[in-house]
Design a protein around this ligand. Structure first.
Ligand code: FES
Length: 186
């Protein structure tokens, strides 16, 4: 199950600009489309940088302060860069009942993050809690880089994270990487 268009590390600045321009063009002339624009920009770019907010403000005829105000009001928007791998742990009712807190503890403990999530110091992983992702029959579930991993238990969740760490190590020629230094999510 793919759930995100964001491909960490895939966009250079030029590509990011093109992606953003496409989104802004789509909503051109739509009054009140600020939230969908912010949502799509974040989905495509991973987070909303100041540069992105400035471009959105200009294109939507708002001040930077107005756009910034909306982006900071809603918890769904991220203003900080995220790690290469985005791990979303579902905390909807079904997942909560099925043990989402244990999944959180296993994943965050393995990555050396506090249980509320955040980004590892090496910028490899960002872990965040999300509301129901619409696959309750697979509870408890987490989404890693848009791919759903369901019916988890703490060991399975750790194995999933390890498989991403392993492929990273293989890509970087076997060099060990540390995800232990934590950068707390603001
Ligand atoms: S509560 Fe987690 S998928 Fe619905």
């Amino acid at each position: 199950m793919m759930m995100s268009a964001y491909s960490p590390g895939a966009c250079d600045n030029g590509e990011q600009s093109r992606v953003l321009e496409k989104i802004l063009k789509k909503y051109k002339g739509s009054e009140g489309a600020l939230i969908p624009v912010l949502q799509e920009a974040q989905e495509a770019l991973g987070y909303l940088s100041e540069e992105t907010l400035k471009k959105i403000a200009k294109a939507t005829g708002r001040t930077l302060a107005q756009v910034y105000g909306v982006a900071t009001f809603y918890a769904q928007f991220r203003l900080e860069p995220i790690g290469k791998h985005l791990v979303r742990i579902c905390h909807g009712t079904a997942c909560h009942v099925a043990g989402a807190d244990d999944i959180d503890a296993a994943v965050c403990g393995h990555l050396g993050l506090p249980e509320e999530g955040g980004t590892t110091g090496d910028m490899e992983f960002t872990v965040e809690k999300v509301v129901c992702v619409g696959a309750c029959s697979l509870a408890p579930i987490m989404i890693v880089d848009g791919v759903a991993h369901g019916r988890l238990n703490p060991d399975k969740a750790r194995s999933v994270i390890k498989s991403y760490q392993k492929s990273e190590n293989e890509r970087s020629g076997g060099g060990a990487r540390s995800g232990k230094r934590a950068q707390k999510k603001k």
